[in-house]
Design a binder for this molecule. Structure first.
Ligand code: UDP
Length: 362
């Protein structure tokens, strides 16, 4: 298959690109690089010995995307592109709805025009709102009590894509509801590189362990959980990437929906201890107030994907911590930072990207 990955230069997209290439598929990435990084794709090429076709386009611009993709062929699409910071989505709801919904509409238009029928969509466990059962199954209600525009945009996208599939019965759609993706490729060459201060737990812990931040704030220790801190289902990004390939392999006419999670819950304090053990570094923390909109426990019932997609997680949370640490310690500045190097007159100013190696040898 020749698979188009929207947002393929991002965290989950780059790991999925790698697994697809390793399994003999061809990969085309379309990304506006607003959050993804071209270096991630260079490293995917280096790790697999295969090349990725890269197209830079902003999917919210339908005409420009149509023109940019005019000469690029593909048979199936995995749609990762979108904004994903929950807190930011509360501050900038219109931007989040525009980006996350318009990109899907563009994609559906282009797929219909070109008679491309297979679509895998990056959804999120956030569509379940507050879980009413200890393990959340796909049959749990969605769209009830969602607390932020990011979550609503995932819910709305599921609806839009489902309606599109009803109107085009040849479509094969798989909606994948991710739990908490963590970890990195075991080589340490690709991983999660959040812009600015990380919102998510594991990248924050990793940056504390490597010395980039002083301490972790643990958001609440009075939840109804064994140690009082929030419990989540962390899934290794390589397991998640393999879940997308399984979804492409098992896609069939109509819409299927699967949780991609491990079924195992880990508390914030357990995560801190696991990371300290693999990194052999202390992770200082302080107990802080609860973060608004946070839930006590969110853990997947992963059985449907096991049964239908013949997919299940094979990596533990400790594996994810080890791989996240390997990535973080080899790339303390992520994929690097852009600096302006002034040569001669201002007219000759060139901008170049220094990767982490260059930064550490300066
Ligand atoms: N968390 C925390 N400190 C942080 C970031 C997260 O204590 O700096 C907690 C958060 O309250 C939740 C868990 O870690 O219980 C996972 O948070 P994350 O933002 O990674 O995922 P989500 O809440 O979206 O599931």
């Amino acid at each position: 298959m020749r698979v188009l990955l929207t947002g393929g230069a991002g965290y989950i997209g780059s790991h999925t690109a790698l697994v697809l290439l390793e399994q003999g598929h061809d990969v085309v990435v379309v990304d506006d690089l607003s959050n993804g990084n071209r270096i991630a794709l260079d490293r995917v090429e280096e790790l697999t010995g295969r090349s990725v076709t890269f197209v830079q386009a902003d999917l919210t611009n339908t005409t420009a995307t149509r023109v940019t993709l005019a000469n690029t062929n593909f048979d199936a699409v995995v749609h990762f592109a979108g904004l994903k910071a929950v807190g930011e989505s509360v501050e900038q709801p219109v931007r989040y709805y525009r980006t996350n919904l318009a990109s899907t509409l563009t994609l559906l238009d282009i797929m219909a025009e070109r008679q491309i029928n297979t679509l895998v969509f990056s959804s999120s466990a956030t569509v379940y709102g507050e879980p009413q059962t200890p393990l959340v199954a796909e049959t749990h209600h969605t769209g009830v009590g969602l607390t932020n525009p990011y979550g609503w945009s995932k819910y709305m996208n599921e609806q839009i894509i489902t309606d599109a599939a009803v109107a085009r019965p040849d479509m094969s759609v798989v909606l994948l509801r991710y739990f908490n993706p963590v970890g990195a490729h075991p080589s340490g060459r690709i991983g999660e590189d959040p812009a600015g201060i990380p919102n998510n737990l594991l990248p924050f812990i990793a940056q504390v362990a490597v010395g980039r931040r002083d301490k972790l704030s643990v958001f609440g220790d009075d939840y109804d959980t064994p140690d009082g801190t929030g419990v989540r289902d962390y899934i290794h990004v390589m397991d998640l990437a393999e879940g997308h390939v399984a979804a492409l392999n098992y896609a069939s006419c109509g819409v299927q929906t699967y949780n991609l999670g491990s079924g195992v819950g880990t508390s914030v304090l357990e995560a801190v201890r696991a990371f300290e053990a693999v990194s052999n570094r202390p992770v200082p923390y302080q107990i802080s107030p609860r973060r608004s909109g946070d839930l006590a426990t969110v853990v997947a019932d992963p059985r449907l994907a096991q049964e239908k997609l013949k997919w299940q997680t094979t990596r533990t949370f400790a594996d994810a911590c080890r791989d996240a640490w390997n990535w973080q310690s080899q790339n303390p500045a992520g994929y690097g930072e852009t600096v302006r190097v002034v040569i001669g007159s201002p007219a000759a100013t060139v901008e170049r990207t220094l990767d982490d190696k260059a930064i550490s040898t300066r």
